[in-house]
Design a protein around this ligand. Structure first.
Ligand SMILES: Cc1ncc(COP(=O)(O)O)c(C=O)c1O
Length: 391
């Protein structure tokens, strides 16, 4: 194979949030399947580009010029069939910053903002940290698949919602929203006059049989109230370089957002960010294809392993993302019991369900974007001390 995703590369000593944080808190013997970045090397062309950039030696201010916009436009067209004029694209270092700024700029303290739970918490926390009211519409687990409870959502929207925060595809439950679901969400936003902020950071990992639809593509009417957050951070494993593309079709909304960026003193990208995005979006298609194959293999491996060794666990079929959301309630409904088993006894770090808010208790999220041998060892450790193991 052209790309060796089996290579195990230690990240300890790189200030890795996922690994070095764990060494400090739990010790060196842990395996981490938690934070959503990959333990797999970025595309070789990206590494070469950054090596060359590092060698230049002058790291002064940079900016986003035409090639940046052209690369983003070409990517949106190729990846999501979305033709976007250059003016719609706004650089922002991180998606969570963009979400937070939108909340600050387009709502007032005490306003209500809706999200579907369980959910990646930094997005939900952007609401509460800014003193807005977080309205949770719980997803329903129906026959092993999460669904939006549209009746519940509408009831909550009737009470006055300023923004719907959509995670598309959803983290942690792995749903890729269908066109029909997006149409219903869009109709509610139009009916109740809410903005829709769609966080599409995981949109480049869509599994067979599913298709990512950018909500703003549905109609001009919904585009005019949409803010779409995209990023190469997950896709090409460059999250720490801090570059995201916020796409805003509505002129007035876009100008207000740009003003919010200025107010916060956010402007130039870092030296490495723009070259990294450009080479990723324009010269890494074959790497991404190989990566997707590898991740599909990891998902298949993990599902088969769990089915055989820990059959009481229920893996929620991921439609997108490199995350697996696993129902462990047959083992223990309480998180303390799951922590004892997985963290203390097996020495594996996963993301426990309660860290995703309501509806998460009794579940874990594992990140399968690692060399298969690492994933295998982690699962073997968990299985070796599985509380329901038949002896
Ligand atoms: C749904 C979602 N949004 C946003 C982020 C973080 O994005 P950023 O680092 O650009 O703020 C993550 C990272 O895990 C995520 O899962």
């Amino acid at each position: 194979m052209k790309y060796n995703f089996d290579e195990v590369i230690s990240r300890i000593g790189t200030n890795s949030a996922k690994w070095d944080g764990l060494v400090e808190s739990m010790g060196k013997d842990m395996i981490s399947l938690s934070v959503a970045d990959m333990d797999l090397k970025a595309p070789p062309v990206l590494v070469e580009k950054l090596e060359a950039a590092a060698g230049h030696g002058i790291y002064g201010y940079t900016d986003a010029f035409s090639p940046y916009y052209e690369a983003v436009q070409a990517w949106l067209k190729r990846a999501y069939h979305w033709q976007v004029p250059r003016e719609w694209i706004v650089f922002c270092p991180r998606i969570i910053q963009a979400v937070s700024l939108v909340i600050q700029k387009f709502t007032a303290e005490g306003d209500a903002i809706l999200i579907h739970t369980p959910v990646y918490q930094p997005v939900a926390k952007a609401v509460t940290l800014n003193n807005r009211v977080l309205v949770e519409s719980p997803l329903r687990l129906v026959a092993g698949r999460y669904e939006i409870d549209f009746e519940d959502m509408e009831q909550r929207m009737q009470q006055g919602i300023k923004i719907v925060l959509l995670i598309s595809p959803h983290n942690p439950v792995g749903r890729v929203w269908t066109r029909e679901e997006l149409e219903r969400i869009a109709a509610l936003c139009i009916k109740y006059d809410a903005l829709i902020v769609s966080d599409d950071i995981h949109a480049d990992f869509i599994h067979e049989g599913h298709e990512h639809m950018v909500v703003a593509r549905l109609s001009e009417e919904i585009a005019q109230r949409s803010i779409i957050c995209t990023s190469p951070g997950k896709t090409f494993n460059l999250a720490s370089l801090e570059i995201s593309n916020i796409i805003i079709p509505n002129d007035a909304i876009r100008e207000r957002f740009k003003h919010a960026l200025q107010q916060s003193g956010i402007h130039n990208p870092t030296f490495f960010a723009v070259p990294a995005l450009e080479v990723s979006y324009t010269a890494s298609d074959d790497w991404l294809e190989a990566l997707r194959d590898y991740l599909s293999g990891n998902i298949a491996f993990a599902k088969a392993f769990i089915k055989e060794q820990m059959p009481e666990l229920r893996v929620i079929e991921p439609e997108g993302t490199y995350l697996l959301w696993i129902d462990c309630r047959a083992v223990d409904k309480s998180e303390s019991g799951l922590k004892r088993w997985i963290e203390e006894m097996a020495r594996v770090s996963v993301s426990f369900g309660s860290s995703f808010g309501a509806g998460g208790e009794g579940f874990i999220r594992i990140n399968i974007a690692a060399p298969r041998s690492v994933l295998k060892e982690a699962l073997e450790r968990i299985a070796a001390v599985y509380p329901l193991k038949k002896t």
